[in-house]
Each structure stands twice: as structure tokens, then as C-alpha cells.
Design a protein around this ligand. Structure first.
Ligand SMILES: [Zn+2]
Length: 83
């Protein structure tokens, strides 16, 4: 076998751009520098606007707290004024 592929290079894994044999865990072709592997390097962060279902709950909780606080302040003011 003269001119066989080098040892360690799995058959079938070649550069889609130039056809050179690639290493097993490479991401760029060493011959032409083309990006190898589909989807492996696409680690873009999607701008997903996550819905926050707890947000209205927090607002409602704040309103309740304010109402209760105002009620206690009002009751305390009445008690002080009367007594
Ligand atoms: Zn290449």
C-alpha cells in the first residue's frame, strides 16, 4: 500500500473544501483552513426573550404589601390621634 492514508486518520473524514484528510477532533482543515464539522462551531447565543411569569406576581405582591402597610399606618394614626 503505497501512498496510503496516515495512521490515525479515520477513513471518510476529509475536508469538504479541499479534500485533504482530517484529524478526528479537528475543527479546521490544516491544509486550507476551512471550517470542518456542521453545527459544532455554531455556538451562537440566541436572543430568546424568556417569558417571566413571576413578574406580575411580584407586582401584585408589592401592591398587597403596600396596601397592608398603608392600612396599618392608617390604623396606627387613628389610634394615636384618639388616644
Ligand atoms: Zn481543506
Amino acid at each position: 500500500m503505497i501512498g496510503a492514508s496516515p495512521v490515525g486518520t479515520p477513513a471518510g473524514l476529509v475536508c469538504p473544501s479541499c479534500g485533504q484528510p482530517l484529524e478526528s477532533d479537528t475543527r479546521f482543515c490544516q491544509a486550507c483552513g476551512a471550517q470542518v464539522g456542521s453545527g459544532a462551531a455554531t455556538a451562537a447565543q440566541p436572543e430568546d426573550e424568556r417569558p417571566r411569569p413571576w413578574l406580575p406576581l411580584v407586582v401584585v405582591l408589592w401592591v398587597v404589601i403596600m396596601v397592608v402597610a398603608l392600612y396599618f399606618i392608617y390604623a396606627w394614626a387613628l389610634g394615636v390621634g384618639s388616644g
